[in-house]
Design a protein around this ligand. Structure first.
Ligand SMILES: Cc1ncc(COP(=O)(O)O)c(C=O)c1O
Length: 341
């Protein structure tokens, strides 16, 4: 266990903040008459949601074998990224570090909070160069390092994640939005060893619930308490909490869908081998491929003409398009159009 003291990284005003506590959510009642929250007595969704997310945290805790005190639930992991920046980064003063290319939202929320964004250029295999990491952290002392693994938009899982956690004097956020699609281990198992680690996961990808907006943070009890202090009291609505809770009871459906996506990924990868306009398919640990085309712009617009929407990554990643795995019918449509180019 590292002896790193987390309080030193937290903004002073946040340490002084008193969390909003909903009395009914932190006490047990048998059959209460609810007259405390100015709600209507009518309607199916007349009550505020549980601000402490008790039920779903218990379910996740059982599934992942981790204390529910080490779990926070957010309005998508997007909200959690925003909250983490607000907890640790002093506006106009602190900076965050992210990989380049990586998920743009780290920079987006940092900029809203007026924090500068340092970019760690990945090498040709989209790996981090450890020397570059050590140099950039030594020179600039960023407060948070957002390490996305498997990385969006490159698709690969980052090697030796522990090295970056161990060698970073600040908070490391390992964003595992795509971890279920990878055979690499989750960084959750490093939480006991590193109090400066936060792991993010989401219901938006493998769980198929992007519309519900439910994200999860795993961290020390101290960090989780801070997240519960700064979040909006009712940040996740009852419908979404119920949906996520129901899906956690139906692990078989989750597993079947995941298996389907993984076998479609294999199918697509085979099909790509016969497509003339493709130059390179990068290895992926996620539910999408980053593909280099001979003429990506032409491919992108040809697909668009056929109402097949993909994610244009050029010019940042030259001639590359990110395409996610769909159902077999959708994948066939993609392949059929690609064959004509
Ligand atoms: C790496 C990564 N993190 C987080 C998110 C956002 O997830 P959520 O839908 O839980 O906000 C995405 C969405 O694309 C992502 O790619």
């Amino acid at each position: 266990m590292s002896t790193i003291n987390i309080t030193q990284f937290v903004r002073k005003n946040i340490l002084e903040l008193q969390p909003y506590i909903s009395f009914r959510d932190v006490n047990e009642f048998n059959n209460p008459v609810l007259m405390d929250a100015n709600e209507s007595p009518f309607g199916e969704f007349n009550r505020y949601p549980d601000s402490t997310h008790k039920k779903i945290r218990t379910q996740i805790s059982e599934l992942k074998n981790i204390s529910s005190e080490k779990i926070a639930v957010g309005n998508g992991s997007d909200e959690l990224i925003d909250l983490i920046i607000k907890i640790f980064c002093e506006p106009k003063k602190d900076s965050v570090l992210m990989m380049n290319p990586s998920f743009a939202m780290y920079g987006f929320y940092a900029s809203i909070n007026e924090n500068s964004v340092l970019k760690l250029q990945l090498d040709e295999n989209f790996e981090i160069q450890k020397e570059d990491f050590l140099n950039i952290t030594k020179e600039n002392h960023p407060k948070i390092f957002f390490l996305c693994s498997p990385n969006n938009p490159t698709g690969n899982a980052i090697e030796d994640i522990e090295f970056y956690i161990k060698n970073f004097n600040g908070i490391v956020v390992v964003d595992e939005a795509y971890i279920e699609f990878s055979d690499k281990k989750s960084a959750i198992e490093l939480l006991e060893k590193y109090p400066n680690l936060i792991v993010l996961q989401t219901f938006s990808k493998a769980w198929g619930m992007a519309g519900a907006r439910v994200g999860i943070a795993y961290a020390s009890e101290e960090i989780i308490r801070l997240i519960y202090t700064v979040k909006a009291p009712y940040n996740v609505n009852s419908l979404s909490l119920n949906l996520a809770s129901e899906s956690l009871k139906n692990i078989n459906e989750f597993k079947n869908n995941l298996q389907d996506i993984l076998s479609e990924r294999v199918w697509l990868n085979e099909e790509f081998k016969n497509i003339q306009c493709i130059k390179k398919v990068f290895p992926t640990d996620a539910n999408f491929f980053l593909i280099e085309f001979k003429d990506a712009e032409n491919v992108f617009f040809k697909l668009l003409e056929n109402e097949i929407l993909t994610s244009k990554r050029f010019p940042q990643i030259p001639n590359c398009i990110r395409i996610n795995v769909g159902k077999r019918e959708e994948n066939k449509q993609l392949i059929n159009v690609l064959k004509t180019i």
